[in-house]
Design a protein around this ligand. Structure first.
Ligand code: PA5
Length: 396
């Protein structure tokens, strides 16, 4: 992985501002090293063997795993699932991600579908109180109660939650369901290397490669900090929106994961860079116009993948054309007044993406500290939840 914060950025950067933030490096590193919520920086992986044991049990009787979770208990596994499973080829064992909506239309179809399938259920919620997750879990459990005996349910339900607290942990203790923990010192959006994501992913990828890459990514502190400095300087220069861009369709959820990581980590106290994303070349035919000639509040981060699948059309290598378009767009945007960071990857492999992901978590944490906010809480999310609770109580 190469992070280029110079080629398409240098003429925009203000050296005094860069120096001002660079000088905060020791303080920022020290903050991360001493904060309680840094469990993701030295992940305890002692649960990984258990993941395989439970997975093998599930594969004996189920054709499908329904993964119920939202936000940081969902986006990491969904992102890696989309990146590393085929677009079209049907798999013998399928994974369904649910729990991200209150749509009755979706729920009705999901429940009708599950009535016909042999499935297991993995509910993931650190707090155990998230509304979307809880309602979906209750609805699916009703289907299971009709299909399976109480003893069979124990072989079909896996609960991933807080190690000691909450209603879900209590359910594990009372019912004897399989369970995994999300450590107390790891927040949802930093939980990629916990069972919240590694368990569902163990059904479709080699999670050991992802782990290997992630551990390498944690070593990239210096580059992560330089990138965080550039983001911070961009903000001071009025570039308050960061557009993450990929030229691969199956990156959609990976970019969603990035948006959540930065949005919830940084958007506090009236501060933060607003993260958006685009998939090219599709979005060049919609939002591309705005980026090129619209309000200059945007800077971009482009992912450039050196090697991809070999596929030729009329003697031309398609990936080379994709890269040529990417280079042209970067150059055009830069000349149009849009600075950009380029993250060049040799290939999209589990190891590389594990490494990129850990590096981005460092960038999010460092960026938060450079804004003098706490990158590990999300008090704003609670505001709408309180409003919903009050209205529900009034309605009942
Ligand atoms: O990053 C976070 O902490 C949040 O996005 C949570 O993951 C999300 O709100 C889901 O919370 P929970 O796992 O408690 O259901």
């Amino acid at each position: 992985m190469k992070i280029d914060v110079s080629t398409y950025m240098k003429s925009f950067l203000d050296s005094t501002l860069v120096e001002k933030y660079q000088n905060r490096k020791d303080e920022v590193f020290q903050k991360l090293d001493s904060v309680y919520m840094n469990g993701w920086c030295q992940p305890d992986l002692s649960f990984v063997d258990d993941i395989f044991k439970v997975r093998d049990q599930i594969l004996k009787h189920s054709k499908c795993l329904v993964v119920v979770g939202i936000g940081g208990s969902f986006l990491g596994s969904r992102a890696f699932y989309e990146l590393f499973t085929p677009y079209f080829k049907k798999r013998d064992f399928s994974i369904i991600f649910a729990g991200t909506t209150l749509s009755s239309h979706y729920m009705k179809e999901l429940i009708e579908y599950l009535e016909e399938v042999d499935f297991s259920l993995n509910i993931i919620s650190k707090s155990g109180t998230t509304m979307e997750t809880s309602l979906t879990y209750q609805a699916i459990k009703k289907v299971m109660e009709k299909k399976y005996t109480k003893d069979e349910m124990k072989k079909h339900i896996i609960i991933t939650t807080d190690p000691v607290r909450g209603a879900l942990r209590q359910e594990v203790n009372e019912e004897g369901y399989y369970s995994f923990s999300i450590p107390d010192n790891i927040g949802g959006r930093y939980s990629l290397l916990t069972a919240a994501h590694l368990f569902p992913l163990s059904f479709c990828i080699n999670i050991r490669l992802l782990i290997e890459g992630y551990l390498c990514g944690l070593q990239r502190r210096e580059e992560a900090f330089s990138y965080a400095v550039v983001r911070r300087v961009m903000f001071d220069l009025g570039k308050v929106v960061e557009n993450f861009v990929s030229y691969e369709n199956n990156w959609y959820y990976y970019l969603e994961w990035l948006k959540q990581l930065f949005g919830e980590s940084e958007g506090k106290d009236g501060k933060g860079v607003f993260p958006v994303s685009m998939i090219h070349t599709r979005d060049l035919h919609s939002l591309g116009q705005f980026i090129q000639e619209g309000n200059k509040i945007i800077f971009e981060t482009f992912f450039k993948i050196k090697h991809s699948f070999s596929y030729s059309i009329e003697g031309c290598d398609l990936h080379s054309i994709n890269l040529l378009v990417e280079d042209s767009v970067m150059s055009a945007h830069y000349r149009g007044g849009v600075p950009l960071v380029v993250i060049e990857l040799e290939e999209v492999s589990l190891k590389v993406m594990g490494e990129v992901s850990a590096m981005f978590m460092l960038v999010a944490a460092f960026s938060g500290y450079l804004f003098d906010i706490n990158p590990f809480d999300q008090p704003g999310v609670e505001v709408y939840k309180r409003e919903v609770k009050a209205r529900l109580e009034q309605a009942n």
